[in-house]
Design a protein around this ligand. Structure first.
Ligand SMILES: *[C@@H]1O[C@H](CO)[C@@H](O)[C@H](O)[C@H]1NC(C)=O
Ligand code: SF4
Length: 459
């Protein structure tokens, strides 16, 4: 056992319990399992090389695709390429064609590459150990190696996938983040210990089948579960006395100085056994409001291409070195009427002069979500004349509308520019072309979760 030593409550410590568990699970599996083509091959094929190849193909197909979808593809594939030799001799085009519709195409290509590797480097003999499977077959990880090894080759090893994770976390009331290495290591340890040495492949499939048919993510069928008497989650939600046991074992494990894989907080009564497995906590996005300004500059009255002001972000941190419009993070509860004053002061700071507060025109709002920030830009526009002391701030520059589209600006700024583009385009047309007007309006709605009402107002 490793050093972390979770309490025995989260493990299988009694050999008698383990053998009872195995026999109950396997008896249920023998009666209830679905008949699937790869299961038949694993049971009836006498050539170990073909068996390994066939189970490998099925496991790769099942990696991201539902069982029901895989069945047809699997049968066609095995009919066309019944052995690793035949797959290796296929063309990439044929493999891609056969895979079409299964998704994640790299899986098909990796099967093909793996087959060619087996031919060229292993003289056509599929690896016979989990280490060998891991080493020689591209895209085969710990789970797939364990599954192929146990199902096709009878190797005594566990295989922990999403279904097994859920079942074991419930059985052993493991309430810590199931994606943490603490928990995954523990689950592999448990699985390697309880796997039936007589029927390892069927034992692993039985655990997965239990997860798929009985111990389902939502509405598990505990009343019909063959291993209910071994299930701590079930007992925890049905017998109050077990809360005491958990408390007791939890204390023990803490006194031992190890990490606890118990459920420490956030138990939801109405979720019952579905409190397990515990997923990592996703942080709520940070909510930010920025007031931002599209500042135009005309050198002379009739100059047709106005210039726009861009500021460069600091060279470190979020969006380092990107260009953006002058903007200010709004502290909480700053009333709308203060926006113009804030912008005016900011423009003054950057270019040394600023339009009247009143000439900042409200355009609307743009919502943009990125890396855990939920950002709302409150967008204004304004113009400054040609007689400004330009580029006082070194990290600023004036660019034309077309250069603006090319500049290294973030998606949020692009969305703001789109809003402005649509609105100014409209005004240029003086609303004569109603059809463009309407389609532009749709554009606003579709593209940017922009605020529609202000868009009307400024027209
Ligand atoms: C669990 O099993 C079901 C049915 O076999 C399958 O559709 C699903 O993808 C599996 N889920 C995980 C997370 O492995
Ligand atoms: S008793 Fe319920 S929660 Fe426990 S293993 Fe069975 S189905 Fe899953």
């Amino acid at each position: 056992r490793k050093t972390h030593q979770p309490s025995s409550y989260h493990f299988f410590n009694e050999p008698a319990e383990v053998s009872l568990f195995r026999s109950r699970l396997l008896r249920w599996y023998d009666q209830s399992k679905r008949d699937l083509p790869w299961r038949t091959v694993a049971m009836t094929e006498t050539d170990a090389n073909i068996r390994t190849y066939a189970v490998w193909v099925s496991e790769v197909m099942l990696q991201q695709t539902q069982v029901a979808t895989v069945i047809d593809y699997y049968n066609k594939w095995m009919k066309r390429w019944p052995t690793v030799q035949e797959l290796a001799a296929a063309s990439v085009e044929d493999v891609n064609e056969m895979w079409a519709g299964l998704g994640y195409y790299s899986r098909g290509r990796r099967l093909h590459q793996g087959a060619q590797k087996v031919m060229s480097e292993l003289a056509g003999e599929m690896p016979r150990t989990t280490q060998g499977l891991l080493k020689w077959l591209p895209g085969v990880g710990r789970y797939t190696a364990g599954a192929v090894g146990s199902i096709a080759l009878g190797l005594v090893t566990g295989a922990v996938d999403g279904n097994v994770t859920r079942v074991l976390c419930r059985l052993r009331a493991i309430g810590a983040d199931c994606t943490s290495s603490l928990v995954t290591d523990l689950l592999w340890e448990i699985c390697n210990l309880i796997v039936d040495p007589e029927r390892p492949g069927q034992f692993n499939q039985a655990l997965m089948e239990l997860g798929a048919l009985v111990c389902r993510p939502k509405s598990p069928l505990c009343a019909r579960c063959p291993v209910q008497t071994h299930c701590h989650a079930y007992r925890k939600v049905t017998h109050i006395t077990f809360s005491v046991a958990i408390l007791y074992y939890g204390m023990l494990s803490k006194m031992g100085g190890g990490h606890s894989v118990c459920f420490c907080e956030g138990w939801a009564r109405d979720l019952g056994v579905q409190n397990y497995p515990r997923k990592p906590v996703r942080k709520a996005p940070r909510v930010e409001r920025m007031v931002t300004c599209v500042l135009r500059c005309r050198m002379t009255e009739d100059e047709d291409e106005p210039q726009y002001l861009l500021i460069q972000r600091p060279s470190t941190g979020l969006l380092a070195g990107m260009w953006e419009l002058p903007s200010i993070l709004l502290e909480e509860d700053i009333p709308g009427k203060k926006h113009r004053a804030l912008l005016s002061a900011e423009v003054q700071r950057i270019v040394g002069t600023s339009p009247d507060e009143d000439s900042f025109q409200y355009l609307g709002e743009v919502v943009h979500i990125f890396s855990h920030i939920h950002q709302t830009y409150v967008v204004y526009s304004a113009s400054v004349g040609g007689s400004t002391e330009r580029d006082r701030e070194p990290q600023s520059r004036w660019v034309s509308a077309s250069a603006l589209q090319e500049a290294a600006v973030s998606t949020g700024v692009k969305k703001v520019c789109e809003l402005v583009h649509v609105l100014t385009g409209l005004r240029g047309l003086c609303m004569r072309d109603i059809s463009i007007y309407i389609s532009s309006l749709f554009y606003i709605v579709m593209s940017g979760k922009c605020c529609l009402i202000p868009a009307f107002l400024i027209l």
